[in-house]
Design a protein around this ligand. Structure first.
Ligand SMILES: CC(C)(COP(=O)(O)OP(=O)(O)OC[C@H]1O[C@@H](n2cnc3c(N)ncnc32)[C@H](O)[C@@H]1OP(=O)(O)O)[C@@H](O)C(=O)NCCC(=O)NCCS
Ligand SMILES: CC(=O)OP(=O)(O)O
Length: 325
C-alpha cells in the first residue's frame, strides 16, 4: 500500500485534532481545509479573523470545515488558564510577565493547546523560521523519556526510493553521543515509514581515509550507536558514495554490512544535513517530507518555509499518525 494511503487509514475515524498557528497563509489554510473536508482530522486554525477570511476569499478556500480561533478574542478565563499552565510548566524559568508575552506568539498558543490536550499535534513553520517554530515545543512539550536531544529527520522519496536523512533541522552541532542518538532515533523513524533501516554515519572520510577531530567524532558516534543498539545495522565513518554505491563501497569499505546499501543517512552536523537534503530535493528531484521531529513527548511538526500546500497536507497526516500510540 502507498505510504500515505496507510497513514490515512491509520488516522481515519480517530478524530485527531491538529492545530495550525499560521492560518493567514494560503498554503496552510488550503491544506487545513482539505484535511478537514476529507474527514482525516479535526482542524483548529489560529489567525486574525479578518486576515484569514481575506486569504480564504482570495484563494477560494472553504472555511466551513475549520475551527478558526482568533488569538485576540480568546476569552479571558481561557487565556488565564493557559497562562497559569505555562508558568507552572516553565517552573521558574519564565516570569508570568514573560509567559504572557510568549502567549502573544501563535506558536506558543498552539504548543500550549497540544500540551493541555486541546489538540493532538501542531503543524507550523510555513511562515516562521525553524527556531521560532520548535522552541516552544522544546520548552513545553520536552523530550520523551530516554531521549536527550530532539532532532529533525526528512523522509526523502522518489518513485520506489525512500530514505531517511537526519539531523537536517535542529541541532547545530552534536557531540559523538548526540550523533549516535540521532542514528538510533532515525532508525526508529525509518521503521514507521516501512524502511528496514541500514544506518550510515556520514563524513568526508571512509574508514580512516582522512584524519581529524571531525572524523574522530563520527568514528566515536558509530561505536556508541553499536553499543546502544547492537542489533541495528549501522556503520561509519562513511562518505556518501561509500554509503550508497555498492561498487564504491566494495573499494572503500569492503566487508561492511551497511556500506553500499544504506538507507538512513546521519549527517555530522547541521550545515551538511540541511544543505544535503535541499540538494537531494532541488537537484535530485526527491520529495522531502518533514522535518519530522524525533524524540518529542507529543507531536509538533515543523515545515520548510519553501513548502507547498501538499507538503502541509502530508506533514499534518504524519503528525496525526504520530499522535496514535
Ligand atoms: C533549535 C534551536 C532554536 C534551539 O535554540 P535556543 O532556543 O537558542 O536553545 P536554548 O539553548 O536557548 O534552549 C531553549 C530550550 O530548548 C531546549 N533545547 C534546545 N535544543 C534542544 C534539543 N535539541 N532537544 C531538546 N531540547 C532542546 C533547552 O534545553 C532549553 O530548555 P529550557 O528553556 O527548558 O531550559 C537552535 O538550536 C536552532 O536555531 N537550531 C537550528 C534551527 C534551524 O535554523 N534549522 C535549519 C532550518 S530547518
Ligand atoms: C527545514 C528547513 O530548512 O526549513 P526552512 O527552509 O524554513 O529554513
Amino acid at each position: 500500500m502507498e505510504l500515505f494511503d496507510s497513514l490515512k487509514q491509520k488516522i481515519t475515524g480517530k478524530n485527531k485534532t491538529i492545530v495550525f498557528p499560521e492560518g493567514e497563509d494560503p498554503r496552510v489554510l488550503g491544506a487545513a481545509s482539505r484535511l478537514a473536508a476529507d474527514g482525516l482530522i479535526k482542524v483548529i486554525v489560529l489567525g486574525n479573523q479578518a486576515d484569514v477570511e481575506t486569504t480564504a476569499t482570495n484563494h477560494a478556500i472553504d472555511l466551513a470545515p475549520i475551527t478558526l480561533i482568533d488569538p485576540a478574542t480568546i476569552p479571558a478565563d481561557q487565556h488565564k488558564e493557559m497562562l497559569d499552565a505555562l508558568v507552572a510548566r516553565r517552573k521558574g524559568k519564565n516570569t508570568p510577565e514573560q509567559a504572557a508575552k510568549m502567549l502573544e506568539d501563535p506558536n506558543y498558543i498552539g504548543t500550549m493547546m497540544v500540551y493541555m490536550g486541546q489538540a493532538d499535534g501542531m503543524v507550523s513553520g510555513a511562515v516562521h523560521a525553524t527556531g521560532d517554530t520548535v522552541r516552544p515545543a522544546l520548552q513545553i512539550i520536552k523530550t520523551k523519556e530516554g531521549v536527550r536531544r530532539i532532532s529533525g529527520a526528512f523522509i526523502m522519496q522518489k518513485g520506489d526510493e525512500r530514505y531517511v536523512f537526519a539531523d537536517c533541522a535542529i541541532n547545530i552541532e552534536l557531540d559523538a553521543a548526540g550523533m549516535a542518538e540521532v542514528a538510533v532515533e532515525s532508525a526508529q523513524t525509518a521503521k514507521v515509514f516501512d524502511i528496514d533501516p541500514k544506518v550510515a554515519l556520514l563524513s568526508f572520510s571512509t574508514k580512516g581515509s582522512a584524519k581529524g577531530d571531525m572524523v574522530t567524532k563520527v568514528q566515536e558516534a558509530t561505536k556508541i550507536a553499536h553499543e546502544t543498539a547492537p542489533d541495528l545495522p549501522v556503520d561509519g565513518e562513511l562518505q556518501f558514495d561509500a554509503a550508497f554505491v555498492p561498487s564504491v563501497a566494495a573499494q572503500k569499505a569492503p566487508g561492511s554490512k551497511v556500506a553500499g546499501h544504506a538507507n538512513v543517512f546521519v549527517f555530522p552536523e547541521l550545515q551538511s544535513g540541511n544543505i544535503g537534503y535541499k540538494i537531494a530535493q532541488r537537484f535530485g528531484g526527491f520529495e522531502a517530507i518533514g522535518p519530522i521531529l524525533q524524540g518529542l513527548n507529543k507531536p509538533v511538526s515543523d515545515l520548510s518555509r519553501g513548502c507547498n500546500e501538499e507538503d502541509v497536507y502530508k506533514v499534518a497526516i504524519i503528525t496525526a499518525a504520530e499522535s496514535i500510540k
